[in-house]
Design a protein around this ligand. Structure first.
Ligand SMILES: Cc1cc2nc3c(=O)[nH]c(=O)nc-3n(C[C@H](O)[C@H](O)[C@H](O)COP(=O)(O)OP(=O)(O)OC[C@H]3O[C@@H](n4cnc5c(N)ncnc54)[C@H](O)[C@@H]3O)c2cc1C
Ligand code: FES
Length: 281
């Protein structure tokens, strides 16, 4: 009888090493990881996340922020908010972490074939959306118009500025950025990201929206897209909840009847709107 292939246990972290690390903006770092030992290629889809274990500290759910066609390197962009994320951001080249994943439902890039795409990001929410933007651009001919709308609190907090400028130079992509407030030296838009939705070029009857950012921002953006005529079923949001197992066992990430780790983190807005508008869920 042939020997059964070993199936990786999703609860056991695989050792990875930091290949490089870069400070993006204050408190936000991007880390590239490579397998510590020879491993099979890492295959993930835009919108999925890993549980990243900072040895001796703990684990955090972190979305992929790099190009999912690159199966050799895992890229994560991390904001320091507590012990685990601070531990991860302090790592340097050669340091070790444990990685479990990828987990969760991805952005619906295949389902969106033939549609106009509206990508709306708030703050560090651009990081989980970046793999989707790479995926859309890699198969550009599959989609109609694509708009990337990005809002941050200040010009200093705009993530991936060089890349935004490059994307903005393309003729097949609309890229707009806005900041809530500025102290000068910013010649772009000032105001909330929802205002950009009003002007973006897309056909509401044949569009798919991908939104990631603070929950309140996602709600206002979804409402604005609905005002423009989009159906909530075509609006997708990426939810965050505290995670422990990442695979639907522990119930930590429960969100109404849904588990964010396995039913999400990407949800169609019609599925989560009633829960998002309830407080304390
Ligand atoms: C699916 C998913 C994808 C994520 N992707 C990213 C990412 O790409 N980059 C990134 O920097 N972070 C991401 N996060 C958030 C990240 O997991 C948390 O910031 C991290 O777990 C905090 O751990 P900590 O020990 O550093 O801080 P803690 O000490 O655990 O928490 C510090 C503060 O953050 C709050 N907090 C902790 N976890 C969450 C959470 N999941 N949602 C909202 N508030 C939280 C706590 O209540 C506390 O106020 C993601 C979370 C989820 C669920
Ligand atoms: S994190 Fe355990 S069920 Fe989702």
């Amino acid at each position: 009888m042939p020997e059964a292939a070993a199936v990786a246990d999703p609860m056991v972290p695989v050792p990875y090493r930091v290949l490089r690390q870069r400070r993006e903006i204050d408190g936000v770092h991007t880390l590239d990881f490579e397998p510590a030992e020879g491993r099979t290629p890492f295959r993930a889809l835009p919108g999925q996340f890993n549980m990243v274990y900072a040895y001796g500290i703990g684990e955090a759910a972190i979305s992929l922020s790099g190009d999912c066609d690159d199966t050799k390197t895992i890229r994560h962009t991390i904001r320091k908010v507590g012990a685990v994320t601070a531990g991860l951001c302090s790592l340097g080249k050669g340091d070790s972490v444990g990685i479990r994943g990828p987990f969760g439902r991805p952005w619906p890039l295949d389902e969106a074939r033939g549609a106009d795409i509206v990508v709306v990001a708030g703050g560090i929410g651009l990081a989980p959306l970046r793999p989707a933007i790479y995926g859309l651009l890699a198969k550009r001919e599959r989609y109609g118009r694509i708009a990337v709308l990005y809002g941050s609190r200040s010009p200093e907090e705009l993530l991936f500025l060089d890349e935004l400028k490059r994307w903005r130079g393309r003729f097949d992509l609309e890229v707009e950025a806005t900041v809530d407030h500025t102290t000068g030296g910013w010649f772009g838009q000032v105001g909330v990201v929802t205002a950009l939705i009003d002007r973006a070029g897309f056909d509401p009857d044949n569009a798919v929206a991908l939104i990631c950012g603070p929950e309140i921002m996602m709600r206002f953006c979804a409402r604005e897209l609905e005002h423009r005529g989009m159906s909530p079923a075509d609006i997708y949001v990426s939810m965050e909840r505290n995670m422990a197992c990442g695979v639907g066992h522990c119930g930590h990430c429960q969100f109404g009847p849904e588990f964010v780790c396995k039913d999400g983190p990407v949800f169609a807005y019609d599925r989560v709107e009633p829960i998002m508008t309830l407080r304390e869920v």
